[in-house]
Design a protein around this ligand. Structure first.
Ligand code: FVH
Length: 310
């Protein structure tokens, strides 16, 4: 199941959605003997034309290579595929799971695989399918480092780099969530801005140069804010949290006046309101971290013992 007579390294990809097809194509381009499997077999057609081998079952796909990459919709789908496999199929194989999930799901799957003799690396590809196989893509994995090292050369076909985040199988899922939290907040801010400007007859396209400038400014602030968060002190950097709060309240008022949703602006101002009330009005924006880390009693996310009595 290792190298074939031509010296090509064997690798399997299970799941040929948008991302799985891009992964398999990059492995083929790098010259690896690539076996694929997908529930809907027709999604493999282009890959077969490029030299991929289609396995008749997940069992055959797994046993075809020492390294098996899974990339399906979610962990339920992953479990459907893994459940019928036993130690005879899995023993000695390394499973790299690029399916998104929660840290608990990753740890559970790792324990399940270990009980069947397989090494499990939970992974994530920080890229769009179009970027896979280029330096713009980056692979992150977690789990036993010794399981990664023999497979680094094959994984290097997928991205410009592969980073091992740590032994804890939950770390990749947590990093993915942290990045998505940032992206969704950024996109929601863009949509709020586009709705405001749209109410004044300004196209979203005209907003883009200003939105980009704002997003780039925020990008530039991240390292300073991270230093303050890690140090636990928030000396003002540019504008105080109190100054931000005044502008946030204006945003709530103007959204209301224009008939645009005030849900997001009120949420944002609510965080700042509480932090200012807690004495952080003269601090930098990074002081808000305390609202995220320690939700006040009664706020969503606060430990249940701190919820007010009904
Ligand atoms: N697309 C992206 O940009 C990203 C970026 C970073 C993270 N991901 C994660 O990758 C996982 C797969 O995403 P995807 O974009 O490839 O997703 P789809 O194109 O929807 O393909 C889904 C595949 O999963 C198969 N599948 C679903 N349910 C089952 C099941 N019960 N049994 C077997 N296979 C299943 C599906 O098969 P089929 O519908 O073609 O038969 C596709 O192969 C995902 O976790 C992202 O969060 C993507």
């Amino acid at each position: 199941m290792g190298n074939d007579e031509g010296g090509r390294t064997a690798v399997t990809v299970v799941g040929l959605g948008l991302m799985g097809r891009a992964l398999a194509a990059a492995l083929l381009r790098a010259g690896h003997r690539t076996t694929v499997w997908n529930r809907t077999a027709s999604k493999a057609d282009e890959l077969l034309a490029e030299g991929a081998l289609f396995a008749p079952s997940v069992h055959d796909a797994v046993t075809a290579a020492p390294l098996v990459v899974f990339c399906v919709s979610d962990h339920d789908a992953l479990h459907d595929l893994l459940a019928p496999l036993d130690g005879a199929a899995l023993d000695g194989h390394t499973l790299v799971n690029l399916t998104s999930g929660t840290p608990a799901q990753a740890r559970e799957t790792a324990a399940w695989a270990a009980a069947r003799g397989a090494a499990y690396l939970d992974g994530g590809i920080m890229a769009t399918p179009q970027e896979v196989g280029t330096p713009a893509a980056h692979v992150v994995v977690c789990g036993p480092r010794q399981a990664l090292e023999p497979h680094r050369p094959v994984l290097s076909a997928l991205a410009g780099g592969t980073t091992h985040l740590g032994e804890d199988h939950g770390l990749v899922a947590l990093h993915e969530m942290a990045v998505m939290a940032l992206m969704w907040s950024t996109l929601n801010g863009f949509l709020q801005g586009a709705a405001l400007l749209g109410a004044a007859g300004v196209d979203a396209g005209a907003f883009v140069p200003y939105a980009r400038q704002g997003a780039e400014a925020v990008t530039g602030w991240l390292a300073d804010h991270a230093r303050q968060i890690d140090a636990g002190g928030y000396p003002v950097l540019d504008a105080t949290l109190g100054t931000h709060l005044t502008s946030m309240r204006n945003l709530v008022l103007e959204s209301e006046a224009l008939g645009v949703s005030t849900e997001l602006p009120r949420l944002v101002a609510g965080f700042a309101d509480r932090a200012v009330a807690g004495g952080h009005g003269g601090d930098s924006y990074a002081a808000l971290i305390e609202e995220f880390r320690n939700p006040a009693p009664g706020r969503p996310g606060a430990p249940r013992s701190e919820q007010p009595e009904e």
